[in-house]
Design a binder for this molecule. Structure first.
Ligand SMILES: Cc1ncc(COP(=O)(O)O)c(C=O)c1O
Length: 448
């Protein structure tokens, strides 16, 4: 075992070391070689060392260098050194994070991360928190809590009796709602099509003047950080309206909520802490390994009621916080460990600097591309940049060229009738030199 782990560590270190020199995308030959992972399942056992060697030799070259500094697709962070190392150690521990009795260390890490996260993001200190796989599941969990609370007001217990026969909940979303929020609505039985859609402005922000009348059976879903523009829905105004009407506000803050750690960007989130539930992920901007998200609910009881499993004679219940009472899963890995390591290694200042550096690098991209004659379509308020290189066909040609070139990687999008390349700067290891190299590649490809 010792030798195997040392060999694995050496292989992993080599991978990370070589990231900067390799193409961001794997070659077609590397992808073709993946076939050698398949074939019939061997009849006999293999030496774990040989298994690892095969995985590294064939698997490593076929990865996309998303953990490197020049991957700007979707919203993908890398993995901080302390988070990666903690992930290995936690893997060796093989802890089940469901219950205190199964893993005191996993439960403690969650408690600490719960406190630190609420403090860092300025969310109510007594909130309930669940550690889930991603923002989609954090949205799901927050909406389940909202559903439970809103129906309880009319004397309906949705956990016991389901949705049939319950008073309808009116769901309000912005025109730029993220598709994962709609998926979460569909999974909690609120439906993705029966929503009231509030028009958005030119940056994708929900227009508060166009909100429908709200009441105590309404769920308003707002967004902190639009996946295309990085823009924030005007939380202050919307939360104030909702508070007066007794409506519930849920915030999809996948990456944008991390802006709250910086005094420079916190004003964009003004009023966001007045909401009732929040979804955040950590595998994006906190830069921990996949899969890692957090749901926060102002009143912990709503989250617990929505997600707890009930009793079984063989399952113990301690006096403290039982992690599995706040997540859709029961057994799961101890993802709180990596979050703890990431936060502990960065500290408040390190986290703020990482967020501010990525936002500054997004502006650097925008400035350089504008100076080269291309059009930046959004106000670069956070870490997202939308660029048009001319006609839709020309922009698509540049995106395809950038993707195959391998210097960096960006994907495309449609933004309010325009074809655009999306640049999302979310990785701790991205340097200004990475940005300059990437810009140079984009300009070279666009002008070819
Ligand atoms: C605003 C927003 N919500 C939700 C998601 C989905 O996140 P996840 O893939 O972690 O479920 C994203 C992903 O980029 C996002 O930007």
């Amino acid at each position: 075992m010792k030798e195997l782990l040392a060999d694995t560590a050496a292989r992993a270190a080599r991978y990370i070391h070589e990231l900067d020199r390799r193409s961001v995308v794997p070659s077609s030959e590397s992808i073709a070689r993946l076939e050698s992972l398949g074939g019939p399942l061997p009849d006999n056992p293999s030496d774990p060392k040989d298994v690892l060697a095969l995985l590294d030799d064939v698997g490593s070259p076929a990865t996309v260098a998303t953990t490197g500094g020049r991957y700007f697709g979707f919203v993908i962070g890398g993995t901080l050194p302390a988070a990666l190392a903690a992930n290995w150690l936690a893997g060796a521990w093989d802890q089940n994070a469901a219950m205190q009795v199964m893993s005191p260390v996993a439960a403690k890490a969650e408690e600490v991360v719960r406190e630190w996260t609420l403090d860092l993001l300025g969310l109510p200190a007594s909130s309930g928190v669940g550690f889930v796989t991603c923002t989609t599941m954090a949205n799901f969990s927050g909406l389940a809590a909202a559903r439970s609370a809103l129906l309880q007001r009319s004397g309906w217990n949705v956990e016991d009796d389901g949705l049939f026969g319950a008073l309808p909940i009116r769901v309000v979303v912005g025109a730029e709602v993220h598709v994962s929020l709609l998926k979460a609505l569909s999974m909690v039985g609120l439906g993705r099509s029966r929503v009231t859609v509030v028009p958005a402005d030119g940056q994708g922000r929900m227009r508060p003047d166009a909100l429908p009348p709200l009441d105590e059976h309404t769920l308003v879903c707002i967004q902190a950080g639009n996946v295309n523009t990085g823009a924030f829905d005007p939380a202050k105004e919307i939360c104030a309206r909702a508070r007066t009407a007794g409506a519930w506000v849920h915030v999809d803050g996948a990456f944008g909520l991390w802006g709250a750690v910086s005094p420079q960007y916190a004003p964009l989130l003004d009023g966001v802490n007045e909401a009732d539930s929040w979804a955040i992920d950590c595998h994006k901007w906190l830069n921990v390994p996949y899969d890692s998200g957090i749901v926060v609910v102002r009143d912990p009881e709503h989250l617990r009621r929505a997600l707890s499993a009930g009793d079984a004679a063989y399952l113990t219940q301690s006096a403290g916080r039982e992690p599995w009472q706040f997540t859709p899963d029961s057994s799961r890995r101890a993802r709180g460990i990596e979050m703890w390591a990431a936060m502990r290694s960065l500290g408040r200042r390190g986290l703020r600097e990482m967020i501010e550096r990525n936002c500054r690098q997004a502006r650097l991209f925008a400035d350089r591309l504008r100076a080269a004659g291309f059009t930046v379509l959004n106000d670069v308020v956070l870490n997202q940049v939308l660029v048009s290189f001319g006609s839709p066909d020309q922009t698509r040609r540049v995106i395809a060229g950038v993707q195959s070139d391998g210097t960096c990687w960006c994907a495309g999008t449609q933004w309010q009738g325009h074809t655009a390349m999306r640049i999302s700067v979310s990785c701790w290891s991205t340097t200004d030199e990475d940005v300059e190299r990437s810009v140079a590649a984009m300009i070279r490809i666009a002008k070819a």
